[in-house]
Design a binder for this molecule. Structure first.
Ligand code: SAH
Length: 388
C-alpha cells in the first residue's frame, strides 16, 4: 500500500526550494497524476501498464548535490537553488535525499570556517567551494564525496579529509573536481583523488558497476533495478541475439543483457562513462560486449551503411530524446525489437511517432516512478516490427 495523505511527511522548504513539484500531495495522488499523463500521451500508440511506484517514496536519492554560498550577513548556506533563481536555499535535511549524504554535506558546511575555505561567489568569481556531491552505493554502502572547487588548491586538504572522515568513517573516497568556468554546470572535467580510489562500486541486477564522479548513474537504485529487469524482459533474449545498447552510459543495461544474448554493442558519447563501461565488462568477466565512444546517431548511420544487422536495439537517450539520424538508422537496421527507456515522456512520444510511421508498433509500456515528489516520469516501452 502506497503512502497515504495522513502518513505524508511535511517538507519545511517546499515553498522556496525548486527541487520538488509535488510536495503536499499524497503519494497515491502523485502516482495517479503521472498515470493519467502517460495514458493521455501514449493514447495514439497503445495501452499503458500501471505505474510502478515505491513502497516508501522518501530518501531515495543516492546522489545528492548541494550548491554552496554565503549570505550577505556572512552565513554559509548549502542546498538547492530557489525556484527560478540562483539563490541557495539552506537545506539541513531533505525528504527525498539519502540521509547520510545530507549529514556529510551538513558537516562539511560546519567545517569550512575553521579550515578558512571560502564559498564561491557566482557574481564575482571569487572564492573556492562551489558544490559538494555525495554518492552512496545502494548495495555496497560505499560513499564518494566530490568537492567541486573553482581552483585546484584546497588548503590543508589532508587535514580536511581527516577531520571529515573522523565524523564519517564510512566515506570510501574523496575527490576534488575542478570547475574554473563561469557556468551553471556543476562539474568540471578534471578530477584529483585526495582519498581512496577516486570511484565507488555498486551492484545492480547481480552485476558490479564502477561509478566515477562524472559518469551517469541512476539516482534511485531501488527503482532502477526494477526498470532494468523490465527492459531485459522486453528485449526477449534467447541467447542468440545481437543487441545494441545505445546511450549506454557505464554499460549497465548492456552488461546485464549480455548474459542472455550472443553479443552486445554499447555506444556512448561520454569518454569517462565508456572507460568505466570497459572496466565494468572486465570486472564482471563479460567478454561478449564491445563499447564504442561515439555519437549514437552517427554510429547507427555507419552501421546501417555497412549493411550490418541487429536483432534488438535497446536505447536510453537523455531527456532530449533521440534524433532522426539514429531513428532512421534503426529503421534501416530493422531489429525485430526496440526497447526504449526514457526519462522524458514527451520526447519518447515524439520518437515513437517516427518509429510507428516507419514500420514499428508499441507492444507494451510501463512507467516507473523513479523520482517521487517531482513531475518526472521514467518509462520503458517495447516495440515490434510490423509484419509485411
Ligand atoms: N543507459 C545508461 C545511461 C542513460 S543516460 C544507464 O542506464 O545508466 C543517457 C546517456 O546518453 C548518458 O550517459 C549520455 O552521456 C549519453 N548521450 C547523450 N547524448 C548522446 C549521443 N548523442 N550519443 C551517445 N550517447 C549520448
Amino acid at each position: 500500500m502506497k503512502t497515504k495523505q495522513s502518513e505524508m511527511k511535511t517538507c519545511p522548504y517546499a515553498k522556496k526550494c525548486g527541487g520538488c513539484d509535488y510536495q503536499g500531495i499524497s503519494y497515491e495522488e502523485q502516482l495517479e497524476k503521472k498515470q493519467a499523463y502517460m495514458k493521455k500521451l501514449m493514447k495514439p500508440f497503445g495501452k499503458v501498464n500501471p505505474i510502478v511506484g515505491m513502497d516508501d517514496p522518501y530518501h531515495y536519492r543516492h546522489k545528492v548535490q548541494a550548491a554552496f554560498d554565503c549570505t550577505r550577513r556572512g552565513q554559509i548556506v548549502a542546498g538547492v537553488y530557489e525556484k527560478k533563481s540562483h539563490d541557495v536555499v539552506d537545506i539541513e535535511s531533505c525528504l527525498i535525499e539519502n540521509e547520510e549524504a545530507d549529514a556529510i554535506i551538513r558537516d562539511i558546511k560546519g567545517m569550512l570556517r575553521s579550515f578558512r575555505i571560502k564559498t564561491y561567489d557566482e557574481d564575482t568569481g571569487y572564492g573556492l567551494l562551489r558544490h559538494v556531491l555525495v554518492r552512496k552505493g545502494y548495495h555496497s554502502g560505499q560513499i564518494m564525496v566530490v568537492l567541486v572547487l573553482a581552483s585546484p588548491i584546497l588548503p590543508s586538504k589532508n587535514n580536511f579529509v581527516k577531520a571529515l572522515r573522523k565524523v564519517h568513517p564510512d566515506i570510501s573516497t574523496v575527490v576534488i573536481n575542478i570547475n574554473e568556468r563561469r557556468t551553471s554546470m556543476v562539474l568540471g572535467e578534471r578530477n584529483i583523488t585526495v582519498y581512496g580510489k577516486g570511484y565507488i562500486e555498486d551492484e545492480l541486477c547481480d552485476c558490479t558497476f564502477r561509478i566515477s564522479p562524472t559518469s551517469f548513474y541512476q539516482v534511485n537504485p531501488e527503482q532502477t533495478e526494477l526498470l532494468y529487469q523490465k527492459a531485459i524482459e522486453y528485449a526477449g533474449l534467447t541467447g542468440k541475439e545481437t543487441v545494441i545498447d545505445a546511450y549506454c552510459g557505464t554499460g549497465t543495461i548492456g552488461l546485464i543483457a549480455s548474459r542472455s544474448a550472443d553479443k552486445v554493442i554499447g555506444v556512448e558519447l561520454n569518454r569517462d562513462a565508456i572507460s568505466d563501461a570497459i572496466i565494468n565488462a572486465k570486472r564482471n568477466d563479460i567478454s561478449n560486449i564491445r563499447f564504442y565512444h561515439e555519437d549514437a546517431g552517427k554510429f547507427m548511420v555507419d552501421m546501417a551503411a555497412r549493411g550490418e544487422k541487429a536483432d534488438v536495439v535497446i536505447m536510453d537517450p537523455p531527456r532530449s530524446g533521440s534524433d532522426e539520424a539514429f531513428l532512421s538508422s534503426v529503421v534501416k537496421l530493422a531489429p525485430g525489437r526496440v526497447v526504449y527507456v526514457s526519462c522524458g515522456p514527451d520526447t519518447l512520444a515524439r520518437d515513437l511517432k517516427y518509429l510507428t510511421k516507419h514500420g514499428y508498433h508499441m507492444e507494451e509500456c510501463t512507467p516507473y516512478d523513479m523520482f517521487p515528489f517531482t513531475r518526472h516520469i521514467e518509462t520503458v516501452i517495447w516495440m515490434s516490427k510490423n509484419c509485411k
